[in-house]
Design a protein around this ligand. Structure first.
Ligand code: FE2
Length: 125
């Protein structure tokens, strides 16, 4: 995973490195407790998404609907994984947290977050 470039938006530049650090810490452990790791990561990401959405609504960012939809897709994947966690599919959930989530977040930051940051930095926003 590459380090996130600052996007010039306080909320993003505070939360993105913090979430990345959590994910990197998880990936570096030889064994993880997927249940507690899952709650922690899902909680951090869903809180960040909600804060980012509030910021976008306040600033009337035009790509808000598509950006919100992309957040909802990631959260839907967490819901599906919670069901698998409840079924005891620990290895699947561990791989999700260690590999799929860091990839999805890196792509999200490079894509919709970067575009949104451009709107948020624009004069008058
Ligand atoms: Fe986002």
């Amino acid at each position: 995973m590459t380090d996130f470039e600052p996007l010039g938006v306080e909320l993003m530049d505070r939360d993105h490195p913090a979430i990345e650090a959590r994910l990197q810490a998880l990936a570096s452990l030889s064994e993880i407790d997927p249940a507690s790791a899952f709650d922690e990561i899902e909680g951090a990401i869903s809180k960040h998404f909600a804060d980012e959405e509030a910021l976008m609504r306040t600033a009337r960012v035009p790509i808000y609907p598509i950006h919100k939809q992309l957040h909802d897709q990631i959260l839907a994947e967490f819901s599906q994984m919670r069901a698998r966690l409840d079924l005891g599919q620990i290895a699947v959930v561990a791989a999700f947290l260690r590999e799929q989530v860091p990839q999805a977040i890196a792509e999200h930051v490079a894509g919709p977050d970067t575009v949104t940051a451009g709107f948020l930095r624009a004069p008058g926003s």
